[in-house]
Write a protein that binds this ligand. Structure first.
Ligand SMILES: Cc1cc2nc3c(=O)[nH]c(=O)nc-3n(C[C@H](O)[C@H](O)[C@H](O)COP(=O)(O)OP(=O)(O)OC[C@H]3O[C@@H](n4cnc5c(N)ncnc54)[C@H](O)[C@@H]3O)c2cc1C
Length: 323
């Protein structure tokens, strides 16, 4: 069978299909891994901290996503620490933190409050700046490019055919993971901008969220002193570079979280389009042509791909179409 697209959706689907015993070819004219929006994600695997963008009935799939990546990381030798997320706010923004806490309360026991000393014991530099915060256990993070390369390498080693052209038509079961390029009528782009910073003076080891009324921010440690600082969310299909306004917002919020970011080197400012359906829920659709489409991953491409891939495997098995 043929998987179209080697972003996170395509690579995870191909991996799951190979593990289920199918012979798979994966095609992406951009390369394997591809060069789509998956390459610029922050890499958060955050079922609970994303509750403002996820429905409660998606939680089980999201948690399965964290477990899937943790297992692959161990098997393939990349990092996917599950230290949980820290959530902080400056004193003036404590109402925003309280609202966030209220959202989390929909899942009893999914977070703990930290006083300054408890925050300091997890992240000494944050404890010096913030009165306290929240710890959300059960959340993890990874470095997207490293994880995508590891999956691509494992597929290559499993003798999966990796092709960097568009697939010829009429080639068995097709799983369409082309993201925005699938041009499905219901799909809409949600623009996101993100900064990658090298900050030797910042020692954060957790994924950290800074609550702020205008500039909610997350920082994901990517190892080697590099941090992903994201992300804007704009209802727009503009594919242009990061704007000055967004760069200022992201970078100034980062320095509000940790002054060590003032001396950081800007490695890259990147923008991309998140593919989203009207209800913002990712989905597997079987089209009349028989093509299975996996799309609409919105803010949660890494988090939700594993459960969609499992659904693809079930769907292929049910229709007995695997070759
Ligand atoms: C700033 C930002 C931060 C994000 N942070 C996170 C995060 O922390 N955690 C998280 O889970 N998600 C995050 N996301 C969301 C995540 O990046 C997306 O949901 C996900 O990458 C979508 O993956 P995809 O494989 O569907 O699309 P893509 O990565 O775009 O892959 C589609 C692929 O299809 C290929 N293609 C195009 N045309 C063809 C063709 N004709 N034939 C074959 N292949 C083709 C493209 O080359 C591309 O490689 C973030 C998004 C943004 C913008």
């Amino acid at each position: 069978m043929t998987v179209l697209g080697a972003g996170v959706a395509g690579l995870v689907c191909a991996t799951a299909l190979v593990e289920a015993g199918y012979r798979v070819r994966i095609c992406d004219p951009g390369g394997i891994p591809g060069r789509g929006v998956s390459t610029l994600a922050g890499g958060m695997l955050a079922p609970f901290s994303e509750l403002d963008h996820l429905a409660l009935d998606q939680l089980e799939d999201a948690r399965m996503g964290v477990a899937w990546w943790r297992a692959r990381a161990e098997a393939l030798g990349f990092s996917c620490p599950a230290r949980g997320t820290l959530v902080v706010a400056h004193h003036a923004d404590r109402d925003v933190l309280a609202r966030f806490e209220h959202d989390l309360e929909r899942v009893p026991g999914c977070f703990e409050r930290l006083n300054r000393a408890a925050l300091r014991s997890r992240e000494p530099t944050l404890g010096a700046r913030f009165e306290g915060g929240l710890h959300v256990p059960g959340e993890a993070f990874l470095e997207p490019k490293v994880a995508l390369n590891a999956l691509a390498e494992a597929l290559r080693a499993s003798e999966v055919e990796l092709c960097t052209t568009t697939a010829p038509a009429g080639d068995g079961v097709v799983v369409d993971c082309r993201g925005m390029a699938a041009a499905e009528p219901e799909l809409r782009p949600v623009r996101g901008e993100i900064a990658f910073l090298r900050a030797p003076d910042v020692t954060l080891e957790h994924c950290v969220r800074l609550m702020h009324p205008r500039i909610p921010l997350y920082v994901v440690p990517h190892g080697g002193g590099v941090f992903a600082v994201g992300a804007t969310m704009v209802e727009s299909g503009d594919e242009g570079e990061v704007t000055v306004g967004s760069a200022l917002h992201l970078l100034s919020a980062a320095t509000l979280l940790h002054p060590g970011f003032v001396e950081a080197e800007i490695i890259a400012l990147r923008s991309g389009l998140r593919p989203a359906y009207p209800d913002n829920r990712p989905a597997v659709h079987r089209h009349a042509s028989g093509v299975l489409s996996v799309n609409g991953l919105f803010r949660h491409g890494y988090l939700m791909s594993p459960s969609l891939a499992a659904e693809v495997v079930r769907s292929v098995g049910a229709s007995n179409g695997g070759t």
